[in-house]
Design a protein around this ligand. Structure first.
Ligand code: CP
Length: 297
């Protein structure tokens, strides 16, 4: 069953051209400098979060409010998901009552593809180990804010690659934008879909312009004892940070496991852009919603 009309969605980084990515950066710059006019008609946005979230959910709420949208929240525990209602029927319900934008986090890779014909704009806020395009866009925006370009940059992505939707979204987009991508991980966390160069953390800190750290996704696998020796073997210690290029930056989508993938003192160090990423998350999410409502994506 489909609607007569459907609206644009943001489901994957693979759908965006480089021109669309830079258009979103321009919009985000306007949002950052308050050079935008909030929408004048009443527009409803629903945040449907069926997996835990702090940053994505809260920053979408701030972004929607700053854009002048009416914002609503739905979770898995206090909604009719508990009665077995499907994601499609839930989103169809939101469409039927006039919601125009739905931000969805849930655990099944690609499930939102089955809802693409609905007449409301869907934003993938993380689908299991699949993709996290709004996180990727805020990461790219933060890199561009610092370097003003992507060509020739070396971005090392380090951590639990196999279970990371952020790594997947970023690796694809960074390659397309002209950056070199390499990976640091345990052999058992290598991902056959991520075929770029695998290097050690010691090589990464000497070579990279951007070190993108990832947390261990304990909720997606049952390996035990994986934090033992992780910082020394695969993480960013103070000794390794001292080897980085003077102009290099550290990113992390967060939440951060301080003392596991990064020494706690480095989380707020001069090279770290971890909290800047969160600030940029609001402006880039405002830009994404605005572009979807205007039919620009
Ligand atoms: N980076 C990120 O997606 O954080 P949350 O899970 O807190 O939303």
């Amino acid at each position: 069953m489909t609607s007569v009309l459907s609206r644009p969605h943001l489901l994957s980084m693979q759908q965006l051209t480089n021109e669309q990515i830079f258009h979103l950066f321009q919009l985000a710059d306007q949002m950052k400098n308050n050079l935008y006019l909030p929408v004048e008609r009443q527009t409803f946005a629903a945040n449907v979060f069926l997996e835990p979230s702090t940053r994505t959910k809260m920053s979408f709420q701030v972004a929607e409010t700053r854009l002048g949208l009416e914002t609503m929240n739905l979770d898995g525990e206090s909604s009719s998901f508990t009665k077995g209602e499907s994601l499609y029927d839930t989103l169809k319900t939101l469409e039927s009552i006039g919601v125009e934008v739905a931000v969805v986090r849930q655990s099944e890779v690609g499930l939102l593809d089955q809802c693409k014909d609905l007449n409301l704009s869907l934003i993938n806020a993380g689908d299991g180990c699949g993709e996290h395009p709004t996180q990727s866009l805020l990461d790219l925006y933060t890199i561009h804010e610092h370097f003003q370009h992507f060509e020739g940059l070396h971005v090392a992505i380090a951590g639990d690659l196999k279970h990371s939707r952020v790594a997947r979204s970023n690796a694809h987009a960074l390659r397309k934008l002209g950056a070199e991508v390499s990976f640091v991980t345990k052999p058992e966390w290598q991902d056959p879909t991520l075929t770029d160069r695998y290097i050690t953390m010691d090589e990464a800190v000497h070579e990279c312009d951007v070190l993108m750290l990832l947390r261990i996704q304990h909720e997606r696998h049952t390996d035990s004892g994986e934090e033992l020796g992780y910082l020394e073997n695969y993480g960013l210690t103070k000794e390794r940070e001292a080897m980085m290029h003077p102009n290099a930056i550290i990113l992390h989508p967060a939440p951060v496991n301080r003392g596991v993938e990064i020494d706690s003192d480095l989380v707020e160090s001069p090279k770290s852009r971890i909290f800047r990423q969160m600030t940029n998350g609001v402006t880039i999410r405002m830009a994404i919603i605005e572009a979807l409502l205007k039919g620009e994506l």
